[in-house]
Design a binder for this molecule. Structure first.
Ligand code: PMP
Length: 390
């Protein structure tokens, strides 16, 4: 008889190992650019003001915690439509449902694709968020990789991307990062998005757009540019959205999946499948975080304050990028990239030296969460990285 001891060994998650290393370091001047959460100038990840106030109002007003149903908080998904879908918010061929975070949305999206086309291959640019490949494999979908990032140009390898998408078969899936590419920070330009949309539509591929960082890139409206052009060009689109970063509700697990179908009837039918898949996985999404986000968006005062705070977070991301870019010409590209992450041009040896000599912790790949650096540590960070490059 086989038992638990027969489980196959797992490759340990290198980011988790990094967290353990940071925690084990007794020095008090540690800089942690490994973990992927927003930090303010003081190095904290606070609850946003508008969320705190919405939670207070929720606490007062909530008179039941009875089940809501598989789609979760419907008003939450409705209020997100203009933010996420922009000009397409009123399109009745697009249905949306609440999910446990962006991960929950990706899980549903990939399972849905596998349910109508198990032969679909998922095209993903490398490097990508490390959870993308196992999630696609979990849905039993084949993966085709291409190079997203050119480490010499320190920008998107757009030629490789187009070549890969042009080689795809109709019905294959193009997994795209809407903005703030994780881990490289290298986003598509508007012209490049138009070109991707043209190829995806021409090859009749299905875009699966991972939208985890809206508002952290060029701005809340600008960040959905790719989503809007793909919705314009294609009649089947899946968008996996997360509020965990832009509402800073990470552990509350708040996300949404939007699915565009060729007709409103097909969209409704797809929704019945989504509810079945979610029923098997988690039955219903957790309520609290989505209710808090809904309360923010449903109250003009809270929505306005959320926007102010989100824009301030965006401003800090830009400020840190400009400061690092100005430290050395070899880091100038950092200012052209978007979101919290960039790949620093460091070897594994250099990354390890930064850990031992400067207590600066980043992934072996050189991926750094640039807003992990508190304001008071920015100069020391820049000096240490430039020193490591020399
Ligand atoms: N996609 C990307 C690219 C991400 O970086 C993340 C979070 N690290 C997610 C999806 C999932 O976000 P959530 O925490 O909402 O599940």
């Amino acid at each position: 008889r086989r038992g638990l001891a027969d489980l196959p060994p797992l490759v340990s998650d290198s980011l988790l190992a990094l967290i353990a290393m940071v925690n084990a370091d007794p020095r008090t001047d540690k800089i942690d650019v490994g973990v992927g959460v927003y930090r303010d100038g003081a190095g904290r990840t606070p609850v946003m003001r508008a969320v705190k106030e919405s939670e207070r109002r929720l606490h007062e007003a909530q008179d039941s915690k009875s089940y809501l149903g598989g789609a979760g908080d419907r008003r939450f998904a409705e209020l997100l439509r203009p933010i996420v879908l922009g000009a397409h918010a009123g399109d009745d061929r697009i249905v949306g449902l609440q999910t446990p975070g962006g991960c929950g949305a990706l899980f549903l999206a990939l399972k849905l694709i596998a349910a109508f086309n198990p032969q679909a291959r998922v095209f993903m640019g490398t490097p990508t968020w490390p959870n993308h490949p196992p999630m696609a494999r979990g849905a039993r979908l084949e993966i085709v990789e291409y190079r997203h990032y050119d480490p010499v140009a320190r920008a998107v390898d757009f030629g490789a991307m187009i070549e890969a998408l042009e080689s795809a078969r109709p019905g294959d899936v193009a997994l795209l990062h809407a903005c703030c590419h994780n881990p490289t920070g290298a986003d598509l330009s508007e012209d490049q998005w138009r070109e991707v949309a043209r190829v995806v539509a021409e090859r009749r591929l299905i875009p699966l757009i991972d939208f985890a960082y809206q508002g952290f890139g060029r701005g809340l409206e600008q960040d959905r540019f790719g989503v809007e052009v793909l919705l314009e060009a294609c009649n089947e689109v899946l968008i996996t959205q997360s509020c965990d970063k832009n509402f800073a509700v990470y552990r509350d697990r708040v996300g949404c999946l939007f699915v565009k179908a060729p007709s409103a009837d097909i969209a409704k039918f797809a929704m019945t499948h989504l509810l079945q898949i979610s029923r098997e996985a988690w039955s219903m999404p957790p309520d609290h975080g989505a209710a808090a986000v809904r309360t923010v968006l449903d109250n003009a005062d809270l929505a306005a304050d959320w926007r102010v705070e989100l824009d301030a977070m965006h401003g800090r991301i830009r400020m840190v990028r400009e400061r690092i870019a100005a430290a050395d010409p070899r880091l100038a590209y950092i200012a052209d990239q978007q979101g919290m992450f960039s790949m620093l041009p460091l070897s594994v040896e250099q990354v390890k030296r930064l850990r031992s000599e400067h207590s600066i912790y980043m992934a072996d790949s050189g991926r750094a969460n640039l807003v992990g650096i508190a304001d008071g540590d920015l100069d020391r960070f820049c000096e240490a990285v430039v020193g490591a490059l020399d």
